[in-house]
Design a protein around this ligand. Sequence first.
Ligand code: ADP
Ligand code: MG
Length: 601
Amino acid sequence: MASARQIRLLPPELQNQIAAGEVVERPASVLKELIENALDAGATRLRVLIRDGGQSCIRVSDNGCGIPENELELAVTRHATSKLSTIEDLSAIRSFGFRGEALPSIASVSRFRLASATHDGEGSALEVLHGRVVAIGPAAMPRGTEVEVQDLFANVPARLKFLKQPATETRKCGDLFVRIALANLDVDFELLNGERTVHRFLAGEDLPRRLSAIWPRELVDSAHHVDMADGPFSVRGLIGDPATAQARGDRILVYVNGRPVQDRTMISAVREAYRGRILGKEYPQAVLFLQLPPDEVDVNVHPAKTEVRFQDEGTVFRLVRRAVAKALEACTDVPPLTENAAHFSVSRSLPVLPVAPPQERAFADAPVPARPDSPLYEQPWPRKFSSSAAVQQLFETPAAPVPPEPTPQRSPDPAPQPEAALTRYLGQFADTYLILAGSTEITLIDQHAAHERVLFHMLRTSGSRGDRRPLLMPLEIPMHPSQALLVQEIWTQLDELGFSLELATEPKLLLHAVPALLTPSKAREFLEDALTDKASSMEDLWAVMACKAAIKAGDVLTPDEALALIESWQSLPDRNFCPHGRPVTLRWSVGDLEKQFKRRS
Ligand code: ADP
Ligand code: MG
């Protein structure tokens, strides 16, 4: 048994070294504290030098307000800060720092020098070795502060061991530097790695310009602006186009009142807004700045201050999701089909749909036409989904009937239309893509993805009213016992979709009726897919059903079927992505083509 020992207060160096364990994890965290101090001091110019990934040297110089000589020692004393004096101040904090522990922590695990001047030419400097002040004296320098941290963790071998290769630590410092620079556009920033300038940001640059240091050019060029306010809450920033989504989840950069944070609420709101526009395994890239009253957020959750807690998480989530979704809606879209199509040489003989204004094309509210007694189902199973009657049955609304042939009364010289509004259907390519020519761009539509979107929308808006097609002979599907369990879990959803099921022992599933949209064989595929994907929500099940019921790549479409599909698809919200998040269209502008043909660089 251990013998009783006397209780003693730890010496200040040791207290600081222990605190350093929380604040100073690696060179990049030192850099973060030093840059934030400089910004708190009102600096407009910041110069950073690192050597050996920051381990041998990190130096930050600024032109901020400086520290008076008689406060230098206080600056490296624990719990000494100029930014907070009462507990009430904590709920209205506007500075990055407030805990008064960064400098003493850093100074306790390094060779540390702090030089500062509140006026040009008059300054003083202080040197600390592993937490003990070793020198203090005058130093001539311009107004501002310079902090130099050398041999970080030399006295804490356990920490030193955890540092990565210098190249990795350098990259982490660079990432941190850029993250802060993105939020402080009016400040001039420079980062040197040894003698080499890594980043130079001029004061007054805009966000896209600074972002081009870390984002590929195409991503910045195609990014969408976010800007939305709700009372004293606001969010703004830039988000990547869904087409530029990628596999890494750490490229959603969020800030709260200018502070770079890791915040799950904001990040999941961003992902939620992209849902259905990107694949499940993809992540968008985004930079978002949330502003809110300081008393709405607790920044004192962790010593490193990279986490925050919101008073009202729900409001933050909804605002961010709405703001991002709105920016995504503004993604470029194919203009409606034009009646002028009949006068385009290639499509002269094609029937053309009258383009009804959107409110008249509310086919979403029209009853689902495919009922068990509809002529569609009188045809023998299985039938290839390529007759115009079928497409019209499924998509057409009473408001937008398809004329079988070009109407004779169409004037050969139509009134000129605004150029941008013209889109003509040119034909089907590879029995899979529908080609549209606009006045300034050419578009390919993936017929399967477009039809999936139409059917998904139809299922979602007209509700799953359980239109079902009774089968004369029940269809038997053998099941693994685990699948039988899954089926039971989604039994009510399947019933809502139009299945009449019976679970027999063995186990096997008996289908007495299938949803009106599916042929019996598609119904079987649907069940197999739904069980494999473990689809359980109605949304998921509708997506699987839309996929099964939609025309496939390789199905030949007549021009009127293609036009009916395009028309229906164009009246949808969220039409640019299939329910699984794959793009429905690919587009090339005249400019894109000129570039590819090297007519223009
Ligand atoms: P905190 O930032 O939480 O106050 P720090 O230990 O980081 O604690 O800094 C202690 C104090 O030193 C700050 O409150 C500030 O008054 C002063 N200080 C630190 N860095 C600078 C700087 N670059 N310019 C002016 N004052 C500084
Ligand atoms: Mg600080």
